[in-house]
Every structure is written in C-alpha cells, then in structure tokens.
Design a protein around this ligand. Structure first.
Ligand code: GLP
Length: 237
C-alpha cells in the first residue's frame, strides 16, 4: 500500500503523521518506533506531545530506535540528535528513557558501536513503524548517495551537500560533524510500515525519489519497493 497525502501546512503534516503513529501505538503499546530528526518531523512530535498531554496517549511501553547520530558530538551538545529527541519528544511524554536508543557518536570504538547498534535492532526484532524525513540529496537517515545501497549499520562520511544543509544548525560550517553513524537501508526497508514527512523545499527530490529510477544515488528511491509507505507532503509553511 502506498499513500501520498498532500497537506496545506506543517501543522497539518504533523497532525496527519502523528495520527498514524498514535494509531499504531494504541494497537501495539510496546511497539518499536523508528525515529528521525531534522526540521520536518518537529510538528509531528509536537502533536504526539499534545496527544499525550490532552488525550493520554501512552508511551510507557513504547521503545524507540533513532536512525542516526553525529560522530563526535557529546550527548549533551545542543545539536546532538539525543538532545533534539529529548527536547522535541522524550522530555514531554511518559516514555522510559531506558527504552530510547540512539547510536553513541562518542564511542571510542566506532566500529564496535555500529555493530552494537545493528545487533540491538535485530535483538528487538526490527522496527514496527519507521518515521523518515528526506535529505535534499535524497538521503534517508544518513544513508548518503553512493554506488550501492548499504546493508549494514555503519559510520558514514557526510557529503558536502549534507554538511552544507545541516550547517544552519551550527555556528559555522567547520563545526558540522563530518561523519555519522546510521542505520542502514535494510533496517529501514524491513520496517512493517514507513511514514515519510517532507516539506515543500523537498518537492523536486521527492518526485525523483518516488517517480524516477530506483538508484542508490537517490537512497530514498528504494522506498518505492516498500509494501506500506505513506508520504505526507506539506505544500505550505
Ligand atoms: C538530516 C537527518 C535526516 C533528515 C534529513 C532532512 O541530516 N539525518 O534523518 O531526514 O537530514 O532534514 P530536514 O527535515 O531538516 O530537512
């Protein structure tokens, strides 16, 4: 099943995406949620927080696996993905912080860290619902354009384009980490359900990814092969 929803603005995008996640959480309270960072999911997280506070959406048994983390940023760095998740979601809902996982970008042995993270996803039995954004170059997680689709969690060098795109969150370009640990395409594709949220600046890359050839040069294009994909596109701010 592929569904493509066009909504008017970011608030509506957040509501539509959160409604799907909330329904899955109600059906399976201990589900494994695959989570993403970036500006696109912010309104969705805000809506989940609202649903928790006003409607009692219960996260007490939910387990979360984030897609990625920068290498070299301490967890309490303002731009670490752990900080992002705490600020936008975890600190405002009744999730057990022991049930929230992100890669450790400060691990001394990064190879060991990605294998640990890879094994963790396997031990948990895979991802039930995966939330995704899409990078301006078509990356998902930090699976950057490359000659082949990666099939193991790994440390990846970020492309110049991604470093430039993410520089807006840092004081200067030189502060943007050059590497990240990311879950791979295989873990993403094995999720039972995928929800991708995209803002209007992604229209062109989204069209290429969803309507063009499937190619590892546009990692998100592989989503065409997923059995249960919902794309929510906001045409306004
Ligand atoms: C980041 C993240 C991705 C995210 C993408 C788009 O680099 N690693 O998971 O989907 O870039 O971010 P944004 O929504 O801010 O455009």
């Amino acid at each position: 099943m592929h569904e493509f929803k066009i909504v008017k603005n970011l608030e509506e995008m957040g509501r539509a995406g959160a409604a799907i996640l909330a329904e899955e959480i109600r059906k399976k309270p201990d589900l494994i949620l695959g989570l993403a960072t970036g500006s696109s999911p912010i309104t969705l997280y805000r809506e989940l927080v609202r649903m928790h506070k006003e409607e009692g959406l219960d996260f007490s048994s939910v387990r979360t696996i984030n897609l990625d983390e920068y290498v070299g940023l301490p967890v309490d760095h303002p731009q670490s993905y752990r900080t992002f998740m705490n600020e936008h979601l975890f600190d405002h809902i009744n999730i057990d912080s022991n049930n929230t996982w992100l890669p450790d970008g400060m691990a001394e042995d990064l190879d060991e860290e990605w294998s640990r993270y890879d094994a963790l996803v396997n031990t948990l039995g895979g991802i039930d619902v995966q939330l995704l954004g899409i990078g301006p170059n078509g990356h998902i997680g930090f699976n950057e354009p490359s000659d082949e689709f990666s099939n193991h969690t790994q440390v990846v060098p970020l492309t110049r384009e991604t470093i430039a795109a993410n520089a807006r969150f840092f004081h200067s370009l030189s502060e943007v980490p050059r590497e990240a640990i990311t879950l791979d395409i295989r873990h993403i594709m094995q999720a039972n359900k995928i929800v991708l949220v995209a803002t209007r600046n992604k229209e062109e890359i989204l069209r290429k990814a969803l309507q063009g050839h499937i190619t590892s040069q546009i990692p998100a294009s592989v989503l065409q092969l997923h059995r249960d994909l919902t794309v929510i596109f906001s045409e306004g701010e």
